[in-house]
Design a protein around this ligand. Structure first.
Ligand SMILES: [Zn+2]
Length: 158
């Protein structure tokens, strides 16, 4: 039986993954990346937030004058990232659910969790990233479809 390698990391909150977020550049429609640092995951108070487009020269600093960030209660079904309000680069309909994937690490951690047959329960249950996944993702019959969709995101993010 496949077990999760490092169960402790499933205590990571969804906000932990806000350190790296891939989004669509509003200037060129290309692949952009937002990076941030933070001392704690809750409350999420990011510093050194940077927006860098890999396709054009667009750079942005945060906070944005045009968008009010709200990190609390963030939902993966929301198609817009919470720093500047831009569209997530990796938004997919997987098993009938719209899901936004922040980054390659986010996709990898979800894939590892979903593909495991013996899933640990996170201690930080309310805010744990894995507990904020759509219920359909955790059904055994959807395991292959979800891991396949995540694998394509992981490859594209490289
Ligand atoms: Zn751009």
């Amino acid at each position: 039986m496949k077990r999760v390698q490092n169960p402790g990391k499933y205590n990571a909150t969804l906000t932990d993954y806000l350190r790296e977020v891939h989004c669509v550049c509003p200037s060129c429609g290309g692949h952009a990346r937002i990076t941030a640092e933070a001392k704690y995951a809750i409350p999420w108070e990011p510093t050194n937030v940077r927006f860098i487009c890999t396709n054009c020269a667009r750079r942005e600093t945060w906070p944005s004058e045009k968008f009010k960030s709200k990190f609390e209660g963030f939902d993966l079904r929301n198609g817009f990232e919470p720093y500047f309000g831009y569209k997530f680069y990796f938004s997919r309909i997987i098993c009938g659910e719209i899901v936004s994937i922040f980054s390659q690490d986010h996709a990898k951690d979800i894939a590892e969790y979903i593909s495991a047959h013996d899933r640990p329960s996170p201690q930080n249950s309310k805010w744990a990233m894995v507990n904020r996944l759509p219920k359909q993702f955790k059904l055994a019959k959807n395991r292959d479809a979800v891991t396949k969709a995540l694998k394509s995101i992981i490859e594209e993010a490289q």
